[in-house]
Design a protein around this ligand. Structure first.
Ligand SMILES: [Zn+2]
Length: 317
């Protein structure tokens, strides 16, 4: 017996006029793009800037045959030919301070029209931009520094000190580094966003607790000054891993894979292997900037590489 026929008979669908049930207009609106959880006494709110469109992933994930990139994605039920990655900025409210980590693409449309939502996500989450005390930047790339100023150049977070590595400030504001079209676009946008806050920039050092409970961990390779952060409160902690990996499967199952926008891809691989091993062995929760929303979970060892296990969303604060 055909399943459709038996299901139809069993549910008595023949007697219901389906057209009468479908009159309400479709809503075409998604759930709000923020998500909140606690770590110790710290309240964490992931506030999305939207998506970054990468197109064919085999053009961005390198160092292995293109077929391997497509196979890993297909095996994991992901689109092998067109990739969007998330932009998971987040706010930590702890020790009387509101700290925003990374600022999205801002006004840049270099990676498509779906970024630049951070101000809306913050407002939807009930967070006022003027209440942000500190903006912490993982590295100087366009999708992390992009939302420090608005279209007119005015500061989006007028009361915030800005923290980043000196290596990345120096490199990504240096016009001599404009040696390819993409780097030119990155540097123009970095200069637009970073130069207006030059007088309120504080450079952190490796392993420095530069804000209460927030420690910088140098993770160079993707950029020279790329940094991860340990966020700790009341004996609990998680790591913001920034761009140690741009995808929850690629670069994780095979951490030796490389990424198009790496400044030093070999060093990035070394850093990735070291950091993923450390985080897996110590069972430390992580938040990843580009992983599927909201990007919070754990790494475990798997074969020659690792596996990312997303944490269930907890709607009970
Ligand atoms: Zn990025």
């Amino acid at each position: 017996m055909a399943l459709g026929a038996s299901a139809g008979i069993g549910l008595g669908l023949g007697s219901i006029s389906t057209s009468a049930l479908a009159r309400a207009a479709k809503l075409h609106v998604q759930a709000p793009y923020w998500y909140r959880f606690n770590v110790g006494e710290a309240e964490i709110t992931v506030v999305s800037d939207g998506w970054q469109m990468l197109g064919d992933p085999s053009n961005s994930f390198l160092g292995v045959p293109k077929d391997e990139v497509r196979k890993e994605l297909t095996d994991n039920f992901m689109n092998p030919s067109d990739m969007n990655i998330e932009l998971n900025s987040f706010v930590v409210n702890s020790n009387g301070k509101m700290v925003l980590f990374d600022t999205g693409l801002g006004t840049s449309k270099m990676f498509g029209p779906k970024g630049g939502l951070l101000a809306k996500s913050l407002s939807d989450a009930g967070i006022k931009r003027e209440d942000i005390d500190a903006v912490v930047i993982s590295h100087g790339h366009i999708d992390h520094i992009g939302g420090i100023v608005d279209e007119s150049g005015a500061l989006m977070y007028p009361n915030a000190q800005v923290y980043m590595s000196q290596a990345d400030f120096d490199y990504w504001t240096d016009e001599r580094q404009m040696d390819s079209p993409w780097k030119k676009a990155f540097i123009i946008h970095a200069r637009k966003n970073l130069l207006p806050v030059r007088d309120r920039l504080i450079f952190f050092k490796d392993e420095q607790e530069f804000l209460p409970g927030i420690t910088a961990i140098a993770a160079p390779g993707h950029t020279l000054g790329h940094t991860m952060f340990n966020v700790e409160s009341n004996g609990q902690s998680f790591f913001f891993v920034g761009d140690v990996s741009h995808h929850s499967v690629l670069l994780i199952e095979n951490p030796r894979m490389e990424f198009l926008y790496d400044t030093d891809a070999r060093q990035a691989v070394k850093t990735r292997l070291k950091m993923l091993s450390f985080l897996a062995e110590n069972r430390i929760p992580i938040l990843a900037y580009h992983f599927a929303w909201p990007g919070y979970g754990h790494f475990v060892k798997q074969g020659e590489g690792f596996r990312y296990l997303p944490a269930p969303m907890n709607m009970n604060l």
